[in-house]
Design a protein around this ligand. Structure first.
Ligand code: S3P
Length: 170
């Protein structure tokens, strides 16, 4: 039997692509709640993502990220901005497919992403250009499996939102 698509939008893509900014605007346009996964983790743990990585390590972060994903997916409708690594964790990938929402990959070339992340201190996985590029390449095969791809290079967040709305998946 064909299952109804849930009114859940998962925004995914590499760090710096604008998932949080676009997600907040998209939520406003749709009058749907917006949930930023990283922000819920920080609020729930009373600390920053960077501190969680430093104090407890990435495996612990991935555990709480998974719990936050499951919790966020209980809200419907909702626009959910994932973290850059959420969709590439196999259990999360499977969970999201089963959750029955729509996945949208915000795509942007590496150089532009690097430019946006450089000089900021809030991303523990932005260490150096070489490891950034390697992580990007590793993740592309996952991102490519999203239902939709929206290019974002040289486009402001409002226009990105317009392009998402044009998908008419709502
Ligand atoms: C991560 C990206 C971050 C955050 C954490 C890990 C990643 O989110 O979840 O630092 O694995 O790429 P943004 O994509 O919002 O920066």
């Amino acid at each position: 039997m064909h299952q109804r698509k849930k009114r859940l939008i998962y925004l995914l893509g590499f760090m710096g692509v604008g998932k949080s900014t676009v997600g907040a605007l998209l939520g406003e346009r749709l009058h749907w709640p917006f949930i930023d996964l990283d922000a819920t983790i920080e609020a729930g743990h009373g600390t920053t993502i960077r501190q969680i990585f430093e104090n407890a390590g990435e495996p612990f972060f991935r555990q709480i990220e998974r719990a936050a994903l499951v919790e966020a997916s209980k809200t419907e409708p909702a626009v959910i901005a994932l973290g850059g690594g959420t969709f590439v964790q196999k259990p999360n990938f499977d969970y999201i497919q089963e959750a029955g929402g729509t996945t949208i990959w915000l795509d942007c070339p590496l150089q532009e992403l690097r430019r946006r992340c450089e000089g900021k201190n809030d991303r523990p996985l932005f260490r150096d250009p070489a490891s950034f590029a390697q992580l990007f390449e590793q993740r592309l095969p996952f991102y490519r499996q999203a239902d939709h791809r929206i290019p974002t290079e040289g486009i402001g967040p409002e226009e990105v939102v317009e392009n998402i709305l044009r998908l008419q998946v709502f």
